[in-house]
Structures are given as structure tokens and as C-alpha cells.
Design a protein around this ligand. Sequence first.
Ligand code: AVJ
Length: 325
Amino acid sequence: QQRLTIQDLSDPQVTVSANEGSDLIAGLTQRQKTIPCHYLYDDRGSEIFEQICELPEYYPTRTEAEILEANGSAIAQTTGPCELIELGSGSSTKTRLLFDSYDNLGYPLRYVPIDVSAGMLEASAKELLRDYPTLKIYGLVGTYEQALQHLPPSPLPKQMVFFLGSSLGNFAPKQCQEIFRQITASLNPGDYFLLGLDLQKSKDILEPAYNDSQGITAEFNYNLLDHLNRRFQGNFNRQNFQHWTFYNSELGQIETYLRSTQAQTVELKALDLTVELDAGEAIRTEISRKFDLPTMKKELSQEGLEVLNTWQDSQNWFALILCQI
Ligand code: AVJ
């Protein structure tokens, strides 16, 4: 019995394929230079992100875990036997809480993790198979958009796509709408969507979460440059950049940049791209939007996602929303 299948939707890395990196070119040729955030997650970036999740300043992971632990069985009871499809699965640590809930009800465990980091996906899948003898995994390596178009047929009566950790916050409102549409398009009526959201809160809590005292988040940001160098034959020098992050209270989002310490020219040979940076010019590498729960509930229902239930932690810092299509 085959229990693990991993399909790599990204092209072989030997040469840069036709449209690989086209989103990077688009971002770096805008007036506000931007790098799409999925480039943060090569295998090394995914490892550093795991360290971020353990930091005392980075509250979202443990806060969301608290909600999942308290309400996992309510989620499983609502959906019944259900295939679990995770966008941005990473180490799948929090997902274990859901497996336990479904397993406790005697439901079969079938998991479709989706991640851009093939190394992280494979390593976590192997550990999960060791710990859950009845689990079957069909992994997809690729971006959310690619993977949602390639979901395998489900053997279970229902499917639930889930998007934890407030990763939705990496996307501007228009892009979020697009993601919701891709999700509803790839599922059937009656299927489920579970969404984890970091809520708006004081700047004094938010800013340290993205600028920790050990410099791990800065390293996560710099690693992006190493990844681009390797993947696209680039010559970014991380010494010439500073990690810069702040809470933009007008837009309700953390914004993170790599700020050029000097005027410089960088090349990405494989993309035939030259990037000119002024002294002090900042490349935006991530936004992390912080949400208002009532507003998001409205937006979800406008996209045909009926909100069944919401749960929060004791401090109301984070929320989980369960929707049905
Ligand atoms: C995984 C996208 C939710 O935005 O909080 C953590 C990524 N970046 N520290 C976030 C991240 C810097 C994280 N998400």
C-alpha cells in the first residue's frame, strides 16, 4: 500500500523555465521594488521560519495552536470524514492537532500538504507517516495557485482546504479575493475552508514579533537574497542590505523590507535582469496584514464562503474561521 506520493509542480531546477521568475521580474521592475514572499521559503528559509515560530516574541504560532487544541474536535465533528488540504504546510506541526481530532473520532486520515519547499515537504511527510500509521499523504510542491489546479481526486466524502498561521496576511486584498476564488473553484459545494487570522493589536506587540532580539527574523529576510542568487545566478551581497520592518497602522499591516545601504547594481543573470538601487532604497519583501474579524467574515460571505463558526484565544489575538462552500 502506497502511503506517500509527492508531485513536484515546479519545473526541474537545472535551467530556469519559461515563466519561472516572471513574478520576480514584475516585482523588481515596479517603482516600489517588491519580491513575492514565496521566495522566502527555499529549504533553508523554511527551516529558519520554524525557528521563528519558537521565538518568545512571535506569538501567532502558539496562539493558533491553543485555539486548535481547544476546538479541533468541534471542527472534526462539524465536517465529518474529510480530506485535509493544507496551503503552505511547512513542518505540519499544528496540523497534527487536527489529525488527532479526526483520528479520535475514528475518521480516516488523508492529507494533501502543499508547499514551495520540496525538502521541507518531504521531511515532514516522512515524520507524519511514522507517527500516524493510518495516514495517507499526497503532497504537492508548488505555489498555492499551481497546486489548487492539480488537486488529486479525493476518496473521502468531503474536503477541507485550510490556510493557517495567518499566511493570508501576506497577500493584498485583491490577491486574497483571488485566492478565495481559486479555493471555491477547486472544491465542491458543501466542502469546507478553515482560515487562521492574526488580528489587529498594539504596535508594541506586533513590531517585536517581526524584529526579534536574536536576529532570526533578520536572517530569514537576508536568506531570501542567498536563495535568489542560487536560483537565478544573482549577485546580491547581503552585507549591503539592512532588515527593516515596521507596523503601518494606516494599512493595518507589518511591512518588511531589505534596505540598500548604498547605491548599487545587482544582476540576476538567469533572468537577464539588472536592478539599480539608490542608497537607502528599500525592497519590500513581505507584508503581514492584521485582520478585523467582522470585516473578514463579510468578505468571506461575499465570496460564497458561508461562515459556520469562529474561535479565538483567551486574549483575542488570533482567530480561526470555519466556512462552508
Ligand atoms: C507565515 C506568513 C504568517 O507573516 O507572520 C514571520 C511569516 N515573516 N516572521 C507572518 C513571517 C516574518 C509569517 N507567515
